[in-house]
Design a protein around this ligand. Structure first.
Ligand code: FAD
Length: 599
């Protein structure tokens, strides 16, 4: 079986770089230890080898399809749901009283990385079921919990998040699905939802749609949105009764073709019953729990898909011969055997680029997962700070892997030359699969607005201060290590560029000119992401300087150290271009709004 991820790297990030052992000391996670965590990772890898990786190509070649009102998915899905129910993957991070095993997010998300690298078409089905059940567990009544969670955690029913409508994608304030109160306290929902991932398939017998809708008479905008549980079938004393949630199509897509994406119509040919979660009009705030988790999941899926692509291109580069090495004389010795392409500096550059992006992303995502744990379990002060930092980092952890993962995979495809473009090799599939990740769960444009418009300014910029403090403390430590000193100095210069950009942009905000403040939010995202990932690499670099006990560790650390060098030489300088654009006074994209500029 081809290598699709690296367990040693994952363990190094978990236990050495981010020292997640500290979260096992929280009361909630006392059942866990490094040994149990290693067992979880190893058994997840076995599961991925057996039931995920073997189907990655087949799920693309024989995609989900819609026929006569039914959505047909790959048969392995049924097995996966049932196994996920039995092996405790579903509900792994839930409280015990809700049927979970209180697994730390750090470990649960690391397991996701293994499964997503093996086959990025499958884990979304499970992740959405987990996310939907968790939302019911957190905000739902006991009746709703009893009715839905056990079947979902057994893998008998699947969960979804149903937000998007034809006219309301990025702007949820425009959603129009309506909800009428019925005499029994439930609601009748009417409307359409599109692009609903995992919204119908053959892997489970029922679907639990966590649906955003507007109760009749609710105020306009996001303050009038409520959250409902709307199952496809109602469970009436053990028999499933159709609830008029009609699947009218499955979208045929560029990538992730084994992951269903359906169009749902509620209440068109009879009442669709929905059950309110929590209080009316507070639906969006509840939904954010699922959305924030899903953003970390999407970042992880992107990092994982690009990881699999990296290992495929690495293997190819170690097997393919082409051309000869350039001699110092500038000539080629044509009588020599062709060399492996990995010996060409340009191919090595492309390999380093992929490694730097995917491992930098993975490290950031593990940091975010650890923050999720601290935000729930630590002292009040630490919880608050962890949550603030997590809020700031979430749009970055979603966007950087999704955007730069595309570039990484494109470089992987390039390494295969003409074969990379051919269907026989999987690189083309990965490049199609990852394309969606900068679109769903909030596009890059929307994540960037969230970052600059909300996260940077919340609590008077406190989250940004926490980020700076964290980076500065790593810089301080690295300054004490001779080999890392130049990198530490470089990173401290780059940190100042974020401040420089913000000082300039803020001049717009203080004048109330938010259009210009936010016009280049995506460029600001590029700048800050680059610095945040450089910080991950410096932190990784620090861990490579410890004592080694064997040859494998020595080589392993050298490869990480060299990738850090790559990052600082080739990627980090790109902040300068972003900064130059951000400081440029030309307001082209704002001022050209009414001009016929695109003829
Ligand atoms: C395969 C797939 C799976 C999906 N799964 C789900 C799911 O499970 N549940 C669900 O509810 N939804 C799901 N979605 C919907 C997805 O979240 C939306 O497609 C996405 O949020 C964008 O909305 P839209 O397609 O309407 O694009 P639009 O909102 O119309 O955006 C079009 C473009 O305009 C930009 N734009 C929009 N508004 C602004 C603004 N204010 N400022 C700057 N730029 C802006 C966007 O960045 C984008 O580039 C899925 C979509 C796909 C394709």
């Amino acid at each position: 079986m081809a290598k699709y991820m690296c367990l040693d790297t994952l363990k190094f990030f978990l236990f050495e770089v981010h020292e997640i052992q500290s979260v096992f000391l929280y009361k909630k996670h006392l059942e866990y230890s490094k040994d149990t965590a290693l067992l979880v990772l190893d058994s997840t890898k076995e599961w991925a080898d057996q039931d995920f990786y073997p189907y990655i190509k087949e799920m693309d070649e024989k995609p989900v399809y819609f026929k006569d009102g039914k959505v047909y998915s790959h048969p392995v899905l049924k097995k996966i749901f049932s196994e996920a129910g039995q092996n405790g993957f579903l509900g792994n991070y839930f409280e015990e009283e809700d049927g979970g095993s209180q697994m730390p997010f750090s470990l649960a998300n690391a397991s996701n990385h293994i499964l997503e690298s093996a086959n990025n078409h499958i884990p979304g089905y499970l992740g959405l079921t987990n996310g939907a059940a968790h939302l019911i567990a957190t905000f739902g009544s006991q009746t709703l919990k009893d009715k839905f969670i056990p079947k979902m955690l057994k893998g008998i029913w699947g969960g979804t998040m149903a937000l998007t409508e034809p006219q309301a994608g990025s702007s949820l304030s425009d959603l129009t699905t309506g909800a009428e109160l019925l005499e029994d306290g439930s609601y009748h929902l009417k409307g359409q939802k599109i692009f609903i991932s995992g919204g119908d398939h053959q892997g489970v017998e029922n679907f639990v749609h966590l649906t955003l809708a507007r109760i009749a008479g609710a105020p306009p905008g996001t303050k009038g949105i409520s959250l409902f549980v709307v199952p496809k079938f109602l469970d009436e004393n053990g028999s499933l009764v159709y609830n008029n949630v009609e699947t009218v199509g499955d979208f045929q897509k560029l990538g992730q073709r084994g992951y269903s994406t359906v169009h749902l119509v509620f209440g068109e040919h009879g009442p669709s019953k929905g059950f309110l979660i929590g209080e009316p009009h507070k639906g969006l705030s509840y939904m954010f729990q699922m959305m924030n988790g899903a953003r970390i999941d999407v970042g992880m899926t992107a990092a994982s898909t690009a990881t699999a692509a990296y290992y495929h291109s690495l293997q190819y580069a170690k097997e393919r011969t082409q051309g000869r090495k350039i001699l110092n004389s500038g000539k080629k010795n044509i009588s020599e055997q062709p060399t492996l392409i990995i010996n060409h500096p340009d191919v090595r550059r492309m390999l380093y680029k992929q490694k730097a992006i995917v491992e930098g992303s993975l490290s950031l995502l593990i940091l975010c997962s650890k923050l999720q744990d601290i935000a729930i379990c630590d002292t009040a002060e630490k919880q608050k700070n962890a949550l603030l930092l997590l809020e700031l980092l979430t749009p970055i952890a979603k966007t950087y892997p999704a955007e730069m993962g595309k570039t990484a995979i494109s470089n992987g495809l390039q390494i295969l030359g003409g074969y990379g473009y051919c269907m026989d090799f999987i690189l083309q599939q990965y490049s199609r699969d990852i394309r969606i990740m900068s679109i769903y769960e909030g596009t890059t444009g929307i994540q960037s607005l969230d970052l600059l418009g909300r996260k940077v300014v919340m609590e008077n910029g406190k989250a940004l201060h926490l980020l700076s403090d964290m980076i500065l403390s790593t810089i301080q430590e690295a300054l004490g290590v001779e080999k890392l000193k130049p990198y530490a100095i470089k990173l401290s210069e780059k940190l100042k560029e974020i401040q420089e950009a913000l000082s300039y942009l803020t001049t717009y905000a203080v004048q109330g000119d938010y259009q210009n403040y936010l016009a280049d939010a995506t460029i600001f995202m590029e700048l800050i992401s680059n610095v945040v990932i450089a910080h991950q690499w410096l932190a990784i670099g620090l861990k490579t300087q410890q004592q080694t006990t064997n040859d494998f560790q020595k080589e392993f650390y050298i490869s990480k150290y060299q990738t850090m060098r790559y990052y600082f030489k080739y990627e980090l300088p790109k902040t300068k271009a972003a900064l130059e654009t951000l400081l440029n006074k030309d307001k082209l994209t704002v001022e050209s709004e009414d001009e016929p500029f695109l003829l």
